[in-house]
Design a protein around this ligand. Sequence first.
Ligand code: HEM
Length: 429
Amino acid sequence: MEAALPPGPGGGPLVSLGWMFRPLPLLERARARYGDTFTLRIAQEPPWVVLGDPEDVRAVFQGDPSVLHAGEGNQILAPILGHHSVLLLDDDRHLRQRKLMLPPFHGERMQRHVETMAEAAREEIAKWPEDQPFALHPHMQDVTLEVIMRVVFGETDAERSRTLRDGIKRFLEFGADPKVFMGIALLGGERMRRLRFWREAMEPVDEAIFALIARRRAEPGLDARDDVLSMLVQARDEDGAPLSDQELRDELMTLLVAGHETTATALAWALERLVRNPDMLERLASGDEDYLDAVVTETLRRRPVLPLVLRKLTEPWELNGRLLPAGVAVSPNIHLVHHNPELYPDPFAFRPERFLRVKPGTYEWIPFGGGTRRCIGASFALTEMKTVLREVVRAVALRPASPAPERVTRRAITWTPSAGATVVAARAA
Ligand code: HEM
């Protein structure tokens, strides 16, 4: 069998621009014309074979990770995350790192952090203005950053916590600047790292994180602590080896970058949807926990924060009777799977009820990707979303600043509400 790509809208600047500025209509038009599988060519990227059929998604997530590389495509993040980051590795090194990192993120363990998450949410909600429009998204960023500080870094000392948080905030702003990624693409990571503006943003954070690691290593009674860093410091691989300081630093950065903006955006979307559906808000406020679950599931279906995942083929790979060439990327498309009318009737409607009695299928609801690369923080994110939403509906009555739904816009790689989920709040009596 000769390797070939499925047909698709082809390449050219119009497709690349469409992908940049109007990605959803581009995907929907391509599906209407070519069906669930098509090839998309965007700028300098290798061709993407876009997959909207859950059976193809299953084949990718269950496929051989040494043929389906995920880390390779993330190399642009290496100067920030470091070369040990689980996000950037493939094969044996990826598996080692992932195994070391999974235990602190286990679903049951997350229950221990609910009160810490609720407290961070309450402190943040107390700062919200009343009776005037404001965007929720930045406030959700503050909550998710604070939660990472307490649950992942385990930093409780107020002064040190403030220094670390301020450094991280500056670094995150720097990381969200498109010029930074343009610079890495043009100059290469090593040269960028030597530039002064880079060192000024990165060095204080690195110093603070290495100091935190040193303090934690020296602390007695670590096994009594619940935070993720304390568990990572104690973790051992199959040969009994611990994570080095540099590995710990790289994984803390990875957790920060992977877990902060994603969860903040998902929360912003949940509230953007809910304030336009007062009956849903009311049902949540009544304390209906099954409904809260369904709201979170439906939010991540209707408004996935990341629209796709990618696996680059290290050798030709057969999918559904077609041999795909090495070097291309296969791309389970989260948006297309989640808006397939055969899986989800009336797919563009926001309707939490659809998940009240039915749990979503493993390959039909994929906001966290899948297989050996599935999001390590999925339980963390779901627990945090539910906890924060519970606190919000308890403390404030929210209405939208404008009745029109907010559009999906791109912010670096996440798809976010165009006005940052702008609302007006009134304190509950
Ligand atoms: C709603 C919030 C979140 C969403 C939508 C999300 C989504 C994703 C997706 C789509 C992937 C790629 C999966 C794949 O390629 O198959 C991923 C990977 C990852 N996520 Fe999340 N994530 C979220 C929150 C978090 C949190 C809170 C953390 C940690 C604190 C986290 C840590 C990671 C890590 C470490 C990976 C890399 C896993 C690997 O390569 O083995 N994420 N996430």
